[in-house]
Design a protein around this ligand. Structure first.
Ligand code: SF4
Length: 536
């Protein structure tokens, strides 16, 4: 049937369906009722998205390449896609941010309304609302069905609770959606959580040979074009692009999932907290990028993991740990993000200096701390590190130094390939920095170099000693740990979970040992923070 001229989506779409870079799912709510004969899709790469934080080149490549592949998939299905590509010439941009480009395009296309799946970033949400207001168009914001909960469902659970405890939320999810439950509603295996079994470390010989991730995703022409553009236009951005191996299509993401379940899931649980020099991936899935861009659905990941358990290909402790990451932590932190609202990004419960930024080695890895150097190598090469280096190396050091939570958040958003605001903010401002004063974690994740020594081989190759708090060989983590407890002793004294640490710092105060620690910590902070601020 010939298309009616008024409804030719290439000329005047009825509805313009907006697809953001982290919404690459053809089944998404925004695309559910798209009629290719009457509606069109709108997507845009914008300079503002690439620069609102000093984005890692690999992160830009993965997003823009996956978006261009998604555009081509939709186009192949006969859907009209109005797509704004960044080029090496900034003068050719249609605008600097989503709002500007959308307003220009919508004025030309004259749709009757705009549709979008709920953005996972308040900043983007605000921009789209502003654009719709200026265009005087209805913006139909639909719940993101990729997740197991809507923000309202989370609020229903959270409202009235004194503390939001992830474990309680997780158990409720298991029960509500009947995941890893017996027929009579009990947890499979008898326990809800096998975390206590999942803190193995490697012996002196280190991890055994681990099958590498599939490296058959060599950049195709689309990705090569994006790499070329990024290397030219954003040449001064951090990160290395030589190690590109991320999935940028759903088919590739499914291959990554299958490879993880077959080759690494079994050992994921026991070693999920372990770290080892030059082995950034270990048994981790590294699926967070594909999940957060919606190339994968968490339900299919859970299904495949449970299949592996039921077919005796992976033990319960690994499968339960993986499931907990997806329906426990992932859903919980997204719920916290929307429940806490826009003000969450400004939280600074410990009163850190607003100008205290991450040290310069958070961008280039130039440090003599063996642990930080190794983690930063992974971040620079892969825009990725697993949850323990994120929380207990880079997150811990930033917290002990007194980096402002928002500055740490911005760094995290810039450097990790899987960082989306909803996923990052509760991890950075909440869990790592304790900037939210205890919403995500009931106590700060404060530890000395001893924790890193226990979970890795880093300290054996380091010029510092994890037990030394003062002197030339003092581990910066250990010095700063005592200094952190000393500075915040009064804030923590009534927290029952901090009682042991408060007692220890009181002992250091009584013996006078704290004086030398304070002096050394001050020098460290001046050296690390001063350097960062000087280069900012
Ligand atoms: Fe890191 Fe301290 Fe261990 Fe060195 S001694 S690797 S700085 S924890």
């Amino acid at each position: 049937m010939p298309k009616q001229k008024d409804h030719d989506p290439a000329k005047r779409p009825r509805r313009l369906h907006l697809v953001l870079g982290d919404q690459l799912d053809p089944q998404s709510a925004a695309l559910a009722d798209l009629d290719p004969d009457r509606d069109a899709v709108w997507m845009a790469e914008t300079h503002a998205e690439a620069t609102h934080v000093w984005c890692h080149k690999l992160r830009l490549i993965v997003f823009f390449s996956a978006m261009r592949h998604f555009r081509d998939e939709l186009t192949d299905k006969g859907i009209t896609v109005h797509y704004h590509e960044l080029t090496t010439a900034p003068s050719k941009d249609r605008g600097k941010d989503f709002a500007e480009v959308l307003i220009k395009d919508a004025k030309k296309l004259k749709p009757q309304s705009l549709v979008v799946t709920q953005p996972g970033d308040f900043r983007v949400d605000d921009m789209l609302e502003q654009a719709a207001d200026e265009l005087d168009l209805e913006l139909d914001v639909r719940d993101d069905e990729h997740f197991f909960n809507t923000p309202d469902q989370f609020a229903e659970w959270a409202d009235g609770k004194k503390d939001l405890v992830q474990e309680m939320f997780y158990r409720r999810m298991r029960k509500r959606d009947h995941i890893l439950l017996t027929k009579d509603g009990k947890p499979v295996g008898g326990d809800w959580n096998y975390d206590a079994d999942n803190r193995e470390t490697f012996g002196k010989s280190g991890p055994p040979s681990i099958r590498k991730r599939p490296h058959n995703f060599r950049p195709d022409d689309t990705t090569k074009n994006v790499i070329d553009m990024i290397e030219k236009r954003f040449a001064d951005h951090p990160g290395n692009t030589n190690h590109f191996d991320y999935p940028v299509t759903r088919a590739e993401a499914l291959t990554y999932l299958r490879d993880f379940v077959e080759h690494r899931l079994a050992d994921f649980g026991p070693y999920e907290d372990a770290m080892w020099t030059d082995a950034p991936f270990l048994y981790h899935s590294r699926l967070s990028q594909a999940l957060n861009m919606k190339l994968l659905n968490p339900r299919e990941c859970i299904e495949k993991a449970i299949d592996a358990y039921e077919n005796n290909n992976a033990p319960l402790q690994s499968v339960e740990g993986f499931v907990r990451q997806l329906i426990g932590w992932r859903e919980f932190i997204r719920g916290v993000y929307f429940h806490q609202g826009r003000g969450y990004l400004k939280r600074n419960a410990l009163g850190n200096d607003p100008d205290a930024d991450v040290p310069s080695f958070y961008w280039d890895g130039d440090t003599d701390m063996a642990c930080v150097k190794d983690v930063m190598q992974s971040v620079i090469n892969h825009a990725w590190a697993h949850h323990i280096p994120r929380l207990m190396v880079t997150g811990l050091l930033a917290t002990l130094l007194g980096v402002h939570p928002r500055k740490f958040h911005d760094w995290h958003m810039a450097m990790y390939v899987d960082a989306i605001d909803w996923a990052s903010a509760p991890n950075t401002i909440g869990m790592a920095s304790y900037g939210d004063g205890g919403v995500v974690g009931t106590k700060p994740y404060a530890a000395s170099g001893n924790y890193i020594n226990k979970m890795s081989n880093y300290c054996k190759n380091c010029r510092y000693h994890p037990k030394h708090a003062t002197g030339d060989t003092a581990c910066p983590f250990t010095t700063l740990y005592w200094d952190f407890l000393d500075r915040h002793r009064d804030a923590f004294k009534s927290n029952a979970r901090m009682a042991f640490q408060v007692k220890n710092i009181d002992r250091k105060r009584q013996t006078g040992e704290i004086k030398q620690i304070r002096k050394q910590a001050k020098q460290l902070k001046q050296h690390m923070l001063g350097k960062a601020n000087a280069s900012a």
